[in-house]
Design a protein around this ligand. Structure first.
Ligand code: DC
Length: 227
């Protein structure tokens, strides 16, 4: 069977990573969560004092990026986890503070150019499922299968809230919804690689799809492209 590149793009909290991870697991492909890379850069910048709530120093961030090493390593359960300069930061990057920082650092050209370069290297041998915002448009415009996943902001806020509640975090729906919309707005309106559907991407709105229905659809599309 021929090996391909699968690009999964879409808004935050659409279930991109669940979809991409399951497909990678079924096909034996490598899974790459590019959002985790932007989150790791955000954590790096927060820790180094390169970003405050209101300001970012693009020049200093660009200079410091050369001292930042990002890697994915597979843990004993087979799950891919991100490491920042040798430290496992998989759970430290999942906070709201880091997510908001990621949404901001991802607007910087200097950050995007470096991460895109690293992502393109990971895809040299194909056999990869990568999720993010610009995978089908910038990272792999030649990807054989491109999915653009969407769901309404209300449904995504509800899903995010359920996840946070499950982790024991206190949440209120209106502020989660406002945060979803704010991040959507930044993703779509930034000058550098804004989130948009590639012309040849297949749009899937999963607002009313079960996880099984969504996965069956994806398997069918994958089978068509690799036949
Ligand atoms: O998917 P996520 O929520 O983990 O992504 C974190 C942030 O990184 C989000 O604000 C969008 C940004 N991002 C991006 O700009 N490009 C990507 N390829 C992946 C994520």
């Amino acid at each position: 069977m021929k090996k391909i590149i699968v690009a999964v793009d879409g808004f935050s909290s659409c279930g991109k990573s669940t979809m991409a991870k399951e497909l990678a697991c079924e096909t034996g492909y490598i899974y790459v969560d590019t959002g985790a890379m932007y989150r790791a850069v955000s954590l790096f910048c927060i820790r180094k004092g390169l970003m405050s709530d209101t300001e970012m120093n693009e020049q200093a961030i660009g200079a410091e990026l050369t001292t930042m090493l990002l890697e994915f390593r597979t843990n004993e359960s087979g799950k891919s986890e991100i490491y920042l300069n040798g430290e496992n930061v998989e759970s430290s990057i999942r906070t709201l503070e880091v997510a908001n920082g990621a949404s901001r650092v991802s607007t910087l050209g200097v950050v995007r150019r470096e991460l895109v370069r690293q992502q393109q290297l990971m895809g040299l041998n194909k056999g990869i499922v990568m999720d993010g915002r610009d995978i089908g448009t910038v990272v792999f415009p030649q990807a054989e299968l491109k999915i653009f996943l969407t769901a309404s902001p209300e449904i995504r806020a509800k899903r995010r809230m359920d996840e946070m509640k499950a982790k024991g975090e206190a949440v209120d729906y209106e502020s989660v919804l406002a945060n979803v919309k704010e991040r959507d707005d930044r993703d779509v309106n930034r000058t550098e690689s804004p989130l948009r559907k590639a012309d040849d991407a297949i749009e899937i709105d999963n607002s009313n799809l079960t996880r099984t229905e969504q996965q069956e659809l994806l398997q069918k599309l994958f089978a068509e492209k690799t036949a």
